[in-house]
Design a protein around this ligand. Structure first.
Ligand code: DGL
Length: 280
């Protein structure tokens, strides 16, 4: 048994490169307000979407270890890029070594599970960061479950910067959003289901809706991740018992807490007070 990390029950950890994971936290807390949560944003090193596999893996593993050391027995990578590039290695190579009784889950699998019952044409589009698209994780996960679905991706390198700089409702955002949705639908005009494969993108929803034909359904990733987590906890009683239930939520950032508080208020539509920590 691992003795390096606290053995007593602790909060559920959520990790993202920055603010995007707050959209997932929001849905998880909405569904399961009873648990304690600890959110960690690696804002000092965001964005991850354009970084190499090695770097995203290294940064994500550091964050996971930090969350374990802060008492989390269960960590959700609330970031598609980290889920795409680091989750598998961490689950297969690291967890058995460093903390065999702790768990790390991602956001891609629950999203992939959801599309099978949504699409009628069996053509699904994925909008995500260059890293997530290049990893091929969405087609791989979706086709593992639904081999008949055609998955087409489009990387949107400007979307995270637009969100991080509060430009998601600005006229300038129209150009970048229209361009990427247009590219995707030109590649596959039969798409009837759209996965927003980046936790930042719900902030761009007004623009995305503006340029997406009404016949196309947009997958609410946060909701599916929340349902999937509830289901997971119901099936894993031992782990569930190690998640404390006082209904609290603490926020940590690797950058300025003031900046985090300001941005988190935009993502969560409520005030938060974050603390700065280092994770490397
Ligand atoms: N929120 C992250 C995701 O879901 C991307 C942000 C970044 O590029 O760091 O992919």
């Amino acid at each position: 048994m691992n003795t390096e990390y606290p053995q007593i029950a602790g909060p559920i950890g959520l990790f993202d490169s920055g603010y995007g994971g707050l959209t997932i936290l929001h849905q998880i807390r909405h569904l399961m307000p009873q648990y304690d949560y600890l959110y960690l944003g690696d804002n000092a090193r965001t964005p991850y979407g354009t970084r190499s596999f090695e770097v995203v893996y290294e940064f994500t593993l550091q964050a996971v270890k930090k969350l374990f050391s802060m008492g989390c027995h269960l960590v959700i990578l609330a970031c598609n890029t980290a889920s795409a590039k680091a989750l598998r290695s961490i689950q297969i190579n690291d967890i058995p070594q460093i903390a065999p009784d702790r768990r790390v889950l991602g956001v891609i699998r629950p999203t992939a599970e959801s599309v099978g019952s949504i699409t009628h044409t069996r053509h699904v589009g994925v909008l995500a960061t260059p890293g997530t698209i290049l990893s091929g994780s969405y087609p791989a996960e979706i086709n593992k479950l639904f081999p008949d679905i055609v998955v087409t991706g489009e990387s949107c390198p400007m979307w995270v910067p637009l969100v991080e700089n509060y430009e998601f409702d600005s006229p300038g955002a129209d150009y970048f959003v229209q361009k990427r949705i247009g590219n995707l639908l030109r590649k596959d005009p039969d798409i009837d289901t759209l996965v927003l494969g980046c936790t930042h993108y719900p902030l761009l929803i007004n623009k995305i809706l503006k340029f997406t034909p009404r016949t196309i359904k947009i997958v609410p990733q946060g909701e599916y991740v929340a349902y999937s987590l509830r289901n997971y906890l119901e099936r894993h009683e031992e782990l569930e018992k190690k998640c404390t239930k006082q209904g609290t939520c603490r926020f940590y950032t690797t950058e300025s807490p003031e900046k985090f508080n300001e941005s988190a208020a935009v993502f969560l539509r409520r005030r938060v007070i974050a603390e700065r920590i280092t994770i490397d």
